[in-house]
Design a protein around this ligand. Structure first.
Ligand code: ADP
Ligand code: MG
Length: 678
């Protein structure tokens, strides 16, 4: 690019590094400068263009220093106001005669007015724009005009080959897709007759082509890497089902149909000689752990080891307890690895793992540290996968490779993934869903209580404890600082101790040394602690069926999926459970919406869908987000038909037109397509 260093720097702030990026930098919206409204007829609200003579200009001081200017045409008059302005602007508006304005008219202090309109000095009868004017995302010091010029230049200078068609004619015809190059030209330089609405709403065929291409690139890269990984070999773990049957016969419940279906899908994958890449999703409490346990048994009965990784020590500890309980009667030793373990103890475990004496290893991130060497790792289970970065997953997968084999991988998440999201951002995985909870659960009743009605909450707690139930009190979330968070938890604990002198309380937070953490959890599980004051560390996985009341303080600060996860800690027994969301008034608009959603819905899928609508895919992607190219043009909700089409075309291209597929990925993803390597 022949641009000065500073221009280059500004462009790179917009993510533009080369000509191709420039031509893919598409308008945010369009302005209609093709039409002039008589002032009196101009609609209030939308962007309109009007023109008139300047009749008065002055700087007024009240209520605030501002430049006020009146213009009129033959139909009426209009005030324009600038709160920020240069001296040069005063001069121009005071001396020139006629001005053309683009802005939104509202009724204000001075009657009909425009605040900060786009304006241009014109002569009478000056020509109107012939076509819609694109408005690009810009950055400080870079004008629309400069950007537009650069884009035009790039479009004409770019080698034809760089903009060539990446879809075979047959596919374009079948899916009724406009040409790529033509679509770009159309969106950057819409012709005079272009339909305004379709351009603005991005439903025009030119937009559809661009959105399709973007989605196709995403599908291609995900499916490409999925296929690459499938080319590697993994141990074929045959479905002997001997241990599994033994295990199931000892359980005091039977698997639900949904669990059985997930188990079957996993068992089939494990029996294949290439690595499983499966995500098991199921709402909180849907019973994923046992499905994972059954998968582990299949590895173990084939003479392989399984590793089970959880994101927090508390969760890992719970899995350890549960799985030991399940497995030790079968003569299967469960080893335990965490960061906080004593050196000597750890060394012994490492030896067991290396010798294969521990068929199942449970732990935190510590599992994939360098010293951990498995004798024969056949399966990796990752709980709450959205909390782990891609890199961490890769590290584990890599280090497990001794021979040319890689282990199978089962990831689990309690964050339900809306369909459009799993079709797009999760297209590199096979997905199993547990869509129904085990029977006998009673739904959780959610109550919203303003913090000034704290007394009511206190009474409820006393009442619940008198009935022998247990209670969680979740402390406010303070995102900026862990220290403050800790302090708040400590203070809440002290306060509640004076409020409830008759109850036994416990405090649980992330910074507690692990032995103490375990101690608190054990005492809570055994019913010794009646009221557990906790930070959001209990969000994942904690499972104490007798706890049937939860109070969440300052719930308005928490995200939807977090609230849903927290609430999932109660309602695990047969007792009717209550979750009280306390909030501080006044509520912001977003907080009000969030609380309304969590109040009205208990189904995690619906909550996730609403979250997606409210905030986009970030939260639901978790750690994935950092590794995956985000969509710029396509919209998961509105363009679901395009996602489905892109999915089919991706497979077709990879099978029959691999070169076009590569070219397409290079165009849209550049080096970002590396994110899923291995
Ligand atoms: P999650 O999917 O949130 O990880 P868990 O695996 O912790 O859920 O299961 C929640 C609770 O449900 C556990 O106490 C578990 O033992 C129990 N559970 C799992 N499957 C069943 C079933 N089929 N019938 C009855 N209870 C079950
Ligand atoms: Mg779980």
């Amino acid at each position: 690019m022949t641009t000065s260093a500073t221009l280059q720097e500004k462009l790179s702030r917009l993510g533009i590094r080369n000509e191709l990026d420039l031509v893919l930098h598409l308008p945010l919206r369009y302005e209609d400068e093709t039409h002039l409204f008589p002032i009196r007829d101009a609609p209030h609200g939308p962007m309109v263009q009007v023109e008139g003579d300047i009749v008065h200009t002055e700087v007024v001081m009240r209520p605030k220093r501002q430049l006020v200017c009146r213009i009129e045409d033959s139909s009426g008059d209009l005030t324009i106001r600038f709160l920020n302005f240069y001296a040069s602007q005063i001069k121009i508006l005071a001396t020139e005669k006629r001005v053309r304005l683009l802005g939104e008219i509202r009724t204000g202090f001075y009657g009909a007015e425009m605040v900060h309109p786009k304006y241009r000095i014109v002569r009478i009868g000056e020509a109107l724009a012939e076509a819609m004017t694109p408005v690009y995302p810009v950055t400080a010091g870079l004008t629309q005009r400069t950007l537009s010029k650069l884009i035009r230049q790039a479009l004409t200078e770019l080698q034809q080959q760089l903009l060539s068609e990446t879809l075979p004619d047959s596919i374009r015809q079948h899916y009724d897709l406009a040409g790529f190059h033509q679509s770009l030209l159309y969106l950057h330089f819409p012709p005079p007759e272009a339909p305004v609405k379709a351009l603005q709403a991005r439903t025009h065929p030119a937009w559809r082509r661009i959105k399709f291409d973007e989605l196709l690139a995403q599908q291609l890269s995900m499916r490409f890497h999925y296929r690459q990984r499938r080319k590697r070999t993994a141990p074929a773990l045959s479905q002997r089902q001997c241990l599994v049957r033994q295990f199931l016969s000892r359980l005091d419940f039977t698997l639900t149909d949904a669990q059985q279906k997930a188990c079957d899908e996993i068992a089939r994958d494990l029996a294949l000689p290439y690595p499983m890449q499966r995500l098991l999703q199921g709402d909180v409490g849907s019973g994923k752990t046992i499905v994972a346990a059954i998968a582990a048994l299949q590895a173990i009965e084939n003479g392989y080891q399984a590793a089970f990784m959880a994101p927090t020590e508390i969760l890992a500890e719970q899995h350890q307890q549960k799985l030991s309980c399940w497995f030790e009667p079968l003569g299967i030793r469960v080893a335990w690895l965490t960061g906080s373990q004593r050196k000597k103890n750890k060394k012994a475990v490492l030896t067991e793992v290396a010798l294969g004496a521990a068929p199942l290893v449970i732990g935190t991130h510590a599992i994939f540290q360098d010293q951990v060497i498995f004798q024969r790792l056949g399966l990796i289970i990752i709980d709450e996968q959205h909390r782990f970065g891609v890199q961490q997953r890769l590290a584990l997968r890599m280090k497990a490779t001794q021979s040319d084999q890689v282990p199978h991988q089962l990831m689990m998440t309690a964050t339900p993934i809306p369909r459009t999201l799993s079709m797009s951002y999760f297209a590199d995985l096979d997905i199993s869903v547990i869509d129904k909870p085990p029977p006998g659960r009673s739904p959780v009743i959610t109550k919203l209580i303003a913090s000034n009605r704290r007394n009511e909450v206190i009474e409820r707690i006393q009442h619940a404890c008198r009935l022998g139930k247990q209670v969680y009190w979740v402390c406010p979330l303070i995102e900026e600082s862990e220290v403050l968070q800790l302090q708040a938890a400590q203070e809440t604990y002290e306060t509640l101790r004076t409020v409830f002198p008759e109850l036994s309380l416990g405090l649980l937070h992330g910074r507690l040394p692990p032995p103490e953490k375990n101690d608190v959890m054990t005492r809570f599980k055994q019913g010794e602690i009646q009221l557990l004051v906790a930070t959001t560390v209990i969000e994942v996985g904690v499972d104490v069926p007798n706890a049937s009341l939860m109070v969440i303080e300052n719930a308005e600060h928490m995200g939807l999926s977090q609230l849903h996860q927290l609430r999932g800690r109660v309602g695990r027994g047969t007792e009717a459970s209550i979750c009280i969301l306390m909030f501080q008034q006044p509520l912001s608009e977003v907080s009000r919406k969030r609380l309304k959603i969590i109040f009205e819905h208990t189904d995690g899928f619906e909550i996730a869908r609403q979250d997606l609508l409210l905030r986009g895919p970030g939260e639901l992607l978790g750690a994935r987000q950092s590794g995956i190219p985000m969509l710029r043009f396509a919209d998961l909700e509105r363009d679901v038909d395009l996602i489905a089409a892109a999915q089919m075309v991706a497979n077709e291209l990879l099978d029959a037109y691999p070169e076009m597929a590569q070219q397409h990925m290079a165009r849209w993803l550049g080096d970002k397509s590396e994110f899923l390597r291995v």
